[in-house]
Design a protein around this ligand. Structure first.
Ligand code: NI
Ligand code: MN
Length: 227
């Protein structure tokens, strides 16, 4: 019974759940901070929060090579179908489904979701995972929103939040998000990939320690954290 989270830089994570491999928002080959290439990544499921290139860049090659099931919103799953990959499971905001590895509920996000070719990527989202009795919230790219309080009611073990500002919540709003979410552990993402989302992450972690009851887990690229 174990869940292991590995950060690949930006918003790209692998979750190993008792040997089942989930890859979230795969962005490897064009990712300036990634240390591995998409062709070395194992996946049984690929979870996509929204259609932007820095979240789906390597989804198709990984899925084709591994035969992974793509879990995302209906529009994005259909778009992969139009590219010839129809092993997908479409969900949508507010909807949950019991997959073999655990329960996945899609949560709201305030952001965009256009696909790289301009296709409609539906509404952006996040994921609330319930696996092995643990609750893991992956916010996706989003602004701060007060309904995070409803997500927090689940009793979160881990929240993975964007903190880079400019495209998503910045450090200040991410701190406020912790007020709503009250996770035991927060893992920041979507920062320091490019200069426009540069963040002094140690300074932010210090504020988390001082101002909240939450433990900040600052991961190194290719670092892992066991839930
Ligand atoms: Ni985005
Ligand atoms: Mn993004």
């Amino acid at each position: 019974m174990s869940i292991n989270i590995t950060w690949h830089g930006h918003s790209t994570y692998s979750l190993d759940i008792n040997g089942t491999k989930l890859v979230v928002d795969p962005f490897f080959d064009g990712n300036p901070v990634a240390k591995r290439k998409a062709d070395s990544v194992a996946a049984d499921y690929v979870l996509l929060t929204h259609g932007h290139g820095d979240h789906i860049a390597d989804a198709l090659p990984i899925a084709r090579r591994t035969g992974a099931t793509i879990i995302s919103n209906f529009e994005i799953v259909n778009w992969f179908g139009s590219k010839g990959y129809d092993k997908g499971h479409g969900q949508h905001i507010g909807g949950g489904f019991q997959h073999p590895f655990g329960h996945v509920k899609m949560t709201i996000a305030f952001h965009g979701s256009a696909l790289p070719d301009g296709s409609n990527g539906g509404n952006p989202g996040g994921f609330l995972l319930t696996v092995e009795g643990k609750k893991i919230y992956i916010a996706g790219d989003t602004a701060l929103y007060s309904d995070m309080a409803l997500v927090g009611r689940a009793g979160l073990d881990v929240a993975i939040l964007p903190v880079g500002d400019n495209y998503t919540m910045g450090p200040d709003d991410a701190l406020l998000a912790l007020d709503y979410l009250k996770p035991k552990v927060v893992i920041p993402c979507h920062y320091n990939t490019w200069p426009v989302i540069a963040v002094d992450i140690e300074a932010w972690a210090q504020r988390v320690r001082q101002e909240t009851d939450c433990h900040p887990e600052i991961m190194a690229v290719e670092g892992s954290f066991a839930v």
